[in-house]
Design a protein around this ligand. Structure first.
Ligand SMILES: Nc1ncnc2c1ncn2[C@@H]1O[C@H](COP(=O)(O)OP(=O)(O)OP(=O)(O)O)[C@@H](O)[C@H]1O
Ligand SMILES: [Mg+2]
Length: 365
């Protein structure tokens, strides 16, 4: 959410129709307190989430101390905090359960809408590849969100930052499978949910490098019935957003497929979607830099991350690279569905990784 120097920039321009969150601007629920202006109007959402006071979260994060900072985005800062597993009351660092507390910058009106969309979607949707939202705080102008903490932080931090351990090939593919599974779950829902902001910083990793989607602020319901798309104002992030969406604001699940292609390309190449010195710098996006290689079977492996030191399956890399090319097709109708993407990536996974994934799937049944 939001623009930051040195990172891919956010897209936003005038709306041609109402967006999900605009349609749901505040309708107060009986459960809300008199100074709760959250606008959460769905009883299932409210019953699934814990409501925190501002004071609880201030205590849980030791007054939002700088040394508890996990990261910062356009929405605000994310702090580490501790709460009791049963009562959810704040507790001492190192005891109880560790959580990530995201604090919205008070001046951000756009942020409130995104906050509300996040609470709605993550309050209703549960899947092993979506980050778990534990609760929220809406008190006067304060808007906060409390999530399960993801020990290894974002994929962005692991893939691009210097002095971090290189992510090996099988883990990169298993991250791609996890992300594909999360998106395929969203697209398969009756509401046809479109995530709209897939990028490396919104993919969080747990201690075993299992990946989950975070940040549902821009998500919205997809087209239903005979409609081929929904019209929206253009939001998302440069370098990841599909070109036809940027040009028209027409939103379909295939926009997420394009962004997935960009993330998969980042996983293969270890290069950032925009502004990477080794892939076109400021003049070209990663997609523009990679396309000539992706469409030439003799040169395709030139896109691969040299830090892998050749430690990857050549056949697997070729299959993944041709999948990237299909996801990035200029014509959205020719892009695969997320179900097809998932099936292809599962073929690339090593047998031991598949065993690990299927064990995890059985555990969640
Ligand atoms: N649940 C979490 N567990 C651990 N770290 C987290 C969690 N949520 C966020 N973070 C860290 O905080 C950083 C900031 O997250 P945030 O979603 O606010 O911004 P962003 O995704 O980096 O950028 P943008 O604002 O463009 O979405 C993340 O990149 C990640 O490193
Ligand atoms: Mg984010």
């Amino acid at each position: 959410m939001g623009n930051r120097p040195g990172k891919s920039t956010k897209l936003a321009h005038a709306s041609s129709s109402l967006s999900f969150d605009e349609k749901r601007e505040p309708v107060h629920s009986r459960k809300q307190s008199f100074h709760d202006s959250s606008g959460i109007n769905d009883s299932s959402v409210l019953s699934n989430l814990q409501s925190f006071t501002y004071n609880d979260l201030k205590n849980a994060t030791r007054n939002f101390r700088a040394d508890s900072l996990l990261g910062e985005g356009g929405f605000g800062c994310v702090f580490k905090g501790w709460i009791d597993e049963n009562t959810f009351a704040p507790c001492k660092p190192g005891s109880g359960m560790v959580v990530a507390v995201k604090k919205l910058k008070p001046e951000s009106f756009q942020g409130h809408r995104e906050w509300l969309a996040e609470v709605h979607y993550l309050g209703l949707l549960h899947h092993k590849n979506l980050v778990r939202l534990i609760g929220y705080c809406s008190e006067f102008d304060n808007r906060l969100l409390v999530y399960e903490v993801m020990a290894k932080g974002s994929l962005e931090n692991h893939l691009f930052k210097k002095r971090v351990q290189i992510i090996p090939w099988p883990t990169r593919i298993s991250i791609a499978v996890d992300v594909a599974r999360g998106l395929s779950f969203l697209h398969g829902l009756e509401a046809n949910v479109i995530y709209r902001d897939l990028k490396a910083s919104n993919i969080l990793l747990d201690s075993d490098f299992n990946a989950k989607l975070s940040d549902f602020g821009l998500a919205r319901d997809g087209p239903s019935g005979d409609r081929t798309h929904v019209s929206t104002r253009v939001v998302g992030t440069t370098g990841y957003a599909a070109p036809e969406y940027v040009a028209s604001g027409h939103l379909t699940p295939k926009n997420d497929v394009y962004s997935f292609g960009v993330v998969l390309l980042e996983l293969l190449s270890g290069k950032r979607a925009t502004g990477d010195e080794n892939a076109g710098g400021a003049d070209e996006t990663l997609v523009e830099w990679a396309k000539p290689f992706l469409s030439d079977s003799r040169r395709v492996l030139r896109i691969m991350d040299t830090r892998l030191g050749g430690q990857y399956s050549k056949k697997g890399a070729q299959i993944a690279a041709s999948l990237v090319l299909r996801c990035l097709d200029i014509d959205p109708r020719l892009r695969p569905t997320m179900d097809e993407v998932l099936a292809t990536l599962e073929l690339v996974q090593e047998p031991k990784d598949i065993m690990k994934s299927s064990q995890q799937i059985n555990q969640t049944r």
